[in-house]
Ligand binder design. Structure first.
Ligand SMILES: NC(=O)C1=CN([C@@H]2O[C@H](COP(=O)(O)OP(=O)(O)OC[C@H]3O[C@@H](n4cnc5c(N)ncnc54)[C@H](OP(=O)(O)O)[C@@H]3O)[C@@H](O)[C@H]2O)[C@H](O)CC1
Ligand SMILES: [K+]
Length: 489
């Protein structure tokens, strides 16, 4: 899994990579530029466009000059706007790429900018080398980029955006940010979403091993990390091997949440699902999910189950005794969501009963009730880490880049998902998936990671077809497709 380093560590990371690989820094810049161009030319929406590249004096500008050359050689019409006064002051690698710039590239003076036709503006003005507050002289350049009528693509980071913090001042507001090696932390903070646009990560061949020595608790979860975390089953496996799970949830008027949770657990691969419900609701569950069983009253034989999911659509009144029973009698990790979390938030004694390594899946509102209100996402991340470490629990903080906080202090940002997943029942589906993996015998950490990643991927697959018409049931239908896509059997 990729580590998320600080912007200031990029130079050290490059230096370490260069010493290990024997590649020069200019070659690394070339790899980055080629990676960008590969992504760019694959974008159908830009097919008929020329490009206007804003280039700064540092290596971000160097990337831009290399991109200008490569795109020109591929037949794209390229103009460059040098945002520096003296080419002699360019960084070493930027200067080398300045010399290599084809004569056919038009150089445009920023103060006399006039252009015609459909253009994509590529922002290679400032990268992670930005220090302190933006200088006066940068303001007109960034203002210009933000007033540009066409699409804006920022390279590595939107110019003016610091790489670790929440930003409120002036910075490029990009439609796309194509970042190299690893996503900078600021690109993952919801408060910065207006600057970042759609985030694309381009691998530049720096081995994960190289970043091992750097100090960071933040990681970025990608598709390539997932297959190795899955357990494999064989043809003699029987339904008991796939896990027997109990879901305690649902209440009159909120049976839908439980139904979604149970169905998603089945689609994730669970062999036997039992729903613990109120007596009055048994017809609903048996009709809606014939594959599931139902139980009611006190839970008779908790030891029969491999995992327990608690909370979807449950309500809080009259549930405390049942939650206490589960937490006291079920000694293995459980999954707690929704009203299960709300009860824990009210009763810290119950929180202490939650088995170690259990997985709690709050959205921001539930997080704020359970852990406390945060003034921003950075503070929330710090609180989440502290909560996980202190209580030895796994906390899945749901959002655009869901963050999994682990008891050893690591925090993993998920990369899969789509905006279309912000729909009722999406969280219930996630609970079903994580409970399912836990019941299949996955380590709790892997259950949380696989659940979160496949949930997001199901969202991408369903979202590609249904867009804003996506509903939670579409996510469930797309779970099997995620196994096909990742070749997981
Ligand atoms: N491993 C990788 O990810 C690679 C990244 N690459 C690219 O390199 C940049 C980082 O390049 P660097 O040269 O360190 O710095 P930048 O180009 O981002 O920025 C330097 C210029 O910014 C000016 N600057 C600094 N602070 C301010 C400010 N507050 N206001 C305005 N301007 C500022 C600085 O000016 P000076 O006068 O101080 O020199 C420089 O002009 C990374 O983001 C990637 O794009 C590599 O190409 C490949 C490997
Ligand atoms: K930039």
């Amino acid at each position: 899994m990729k580590k998320i380093l600080q912007g200031a560590q990029v130079k050290e990371l490059d230096a370490k990579h260069i010493s290990i690989s024997g590649q020069s820094s200019q070659e690394l810049m070339e790899v980055a530029a080629l990676g960008f161009v590969d992504w760019y030319v694959a974008q159908d929406q830009f097919k008929e466009y020329g490009v206007l590249i804003f280039v700064g004096a540092g290596n971000n500008g160097g990337d831009g000059l290399a991109i200008a050359r490569i795109l020109t050689n591929q037949g794209v019409q390229v103009s460059v706007v040098p945002c520096f006064t003296d080419p002699d002051k360019l960084s070493l690698d930027a200067s080398a790429n300045w010399e290599l710039l084809p004569k056919s590239v038009q150089l445009l003076d920023f103060n006399e900018l006039k252009y015609e036709g459909d253009l994509v503006l590529i922002d290679c003005y400032l990268g992670v080398g930005l220090t302190g507050t933006l200088r006066e002289s940068s303001i007109p350049i960034i203002d210009y980029i933000n007033e540009f009528s066409g699409p804006v693509v920022s390279v590595d980071i939107p110019s003016g955006l610091p790489s670790e913090t929440i930003h409120q001042g002036l910075a490029v507001r990009a439609d796309y940010t194509v970042t190299f090696a690893f996503p900078k932390l600021s690109l993952l903070l919801p408060e910065n979403a207006e600057y970042v646009g759609e985030l694309v990560l381009v691998d530049i061949g720096i081995e994960e091993e190289t970043s091992k020595v750097f100090d960071s608790n933040f990681y970025y979860l990608e598709e390539k990390d997932i297959p190795a975390l899955h357990k494999s089953f064989h043809r003699f496996s029987y339904k008991g091997d796939y896990g027997k799970i109990l879901i305690a949830g649902g209440s009159p008027g909120k049976m839908g949440a439980l139904i979604l949770c149970a169905k998603s657990a089945l689609r994730t691969g669970t062999g036997l699902v039992t729903c613990h419900i109120e007596d009055s609701e048994r017809d609903i569950i048996q009709t809606a999910v014939p594959e599931a069983m139902a139980s009611w009253g006190l839970i008779a034989n908790l030891e029969f189950y491999d995992s327990v999911g608690i909370g979807p659509g449950w309500g809080q009144d009259g549930r405390v005794h049942l939650l206490t029973q589960i937490l006291e009698e079920f000694k293995s990790p459980v999954v707690v969501d929704a009203d299960g979390l709300n009860i824990l938030a009210r009763s810290k004694e119950l929180l202490e009963l939650v088995p170690k390594n259990s997985i709690l899946t709050p959205h921001i509102g539930e997080f704020s009730r359970l852990v406390g209100p945060a003034k921003n996402h950075l503070e929330r991340l710090e609180m989440a880490k502290e909560f996980s470490v202190t209580n030895e629990l796994i906390l899945v903080l749901k959002g655009a880049n869901t963050v999994i906080s682990l008891p050893d202090g690591r925090q993993i940002f998920n990369s899969s998902g789509t905006k279309y997943m912000a729909t009722g029942g999406s969280g219930d589906v996630l609970t079903g998936m994580i409970t399912s993996y836990l019941g299949q015998g996955y380590e709790p950490e892997n259950a949380a990671i696989c659940g979160v990643y496949h949930h997001g991927l199901a969202g991408e697959l369903a979202g590609a077809k249904k867009r804003k018409g996506l509903i939670a049931s579409d996510l469930i239908e797309a779970i099997p497709e995620t196994y096909n896509l990742l070749d997981i059997s």
